[in-house]
Write a new protein. Structure first.
Length: 125
């Protein structure tokens, strides 16, 4: 068994801090309460039950004691693939700062003209 392996098992016991799992390979592992799901769990007994079949991922394995730390949360997060989004640009559409850069010289010229006209008005008053 190595870190990252996905193994089926059966929950054999539940404590307030986590759930014990009898793995298909004969070893016993623990799913800590923080590794059950993303977010806060107020009552572990409402989320898991003894005898429940689960697919878990090995987070850590101690070869000496042959105990495994397991996770359901990492498998849950694998299912949710979030598309990477750019905040100010999108390379596919070629937008972002480019329109600003293209229009900047025109805007500068317009504002310079405005300031010149504004200064003429101040002199006339």
């Amino acid at each position: 068994m190595k870190i990252g392996d996905k193994i089926r098992g059966e929950i054999t016991g539940i404590k307030p801090y986590g759930a014990f799992v009898q793995l298909a390979n004969g070893l016993i592992g623990l799913i800590h309460i923080s590794e059950i799901k993303t977010g806060y769990i107020d009552n572990i007994y409402r989320v898991l039950s003894v005898g429940e079949e689960v697919l878990v991922q090995v987070v850590d394995y101690d070869e000496y004691s042959q105990k495994a730390s397991l996770s359901l949360r990492t498998l849950e997060e694998e299912k949710h693939h979030y598309q990477h989004r750019h905040r100010f640009s999108n390379s596919r559409l070629h937008i972002g700062f480019k329109p600003l850069a293209d229009n900047l010289p025109v805007w500068i010229e317009e504002n310079l003209e405005y300031l010149k006209q504004d200064q003429h008005k101040d002199k006339q008053i």
